[in-house]
Design a binder for this molecule. Structure first.
Ligand SMILES: [Cu+2]
Length: 129
């Protein structure tokens, strides 16, 4: 009959494995943090019939940003179809929308909630480069 408790060696091995798994997970998480600043830049965009201000916004390729969106008059939408992100922007407190730029080039953003005659031309450009 064994003198050791039968579970002790198995538990020690399990603890060691868990520590290794934890270290590996931590390293994997660290490697996913981009070299760029950890805090995304906040870009304020104001909407009123039928204009976004600013309507030209420069972004670095792959830059993470947060758009802080406000509407002056009526419910608007802020959509960047190419990046697959959008937000409703009712009049009132700012709405935040996270987005990440892609490769260099020009990308359109637009109002995607009908806000009156002039809505069709309510748009702007992200200038990524
Ligand atoms: Cu609109």
């Amino acid at each position: 009959m064994q003198t050791n408790t039968p579970h002790a060696p198995r538990n020690a091995a399990r603890r060691k494995w868990l520590m290794l798994a934890g270290a590996a997970a931590a390293l994997t998480a660290l490697s996913r943090i981009p070299a760029r600043a950890a805090t995304p830049r906040v870009i304020q965009v104001h909407a009123k019939r039928f204009v976004f201000t600013p309507n030209q916004i420069k972004l670095a390729p792959h830059e993470s940003v947060v758009f802080e969106l406000t509407s002056e008059d009526v419910p608007m939408g802020f959509s960047i179809p190419q990046y697959g992100v959008r937000a409703d922007v009712p009049p009132g407190p700012p709405v935040r929308l996270a987005a990440q730029a892609g490769e260099a080039g020009n990308v359109e953003f637009l109002c995607d909630i009908f806000c009156g005659s002039g809505h069709e031309t309510m748009n702007g450009s992200l200038i990524v480069g």
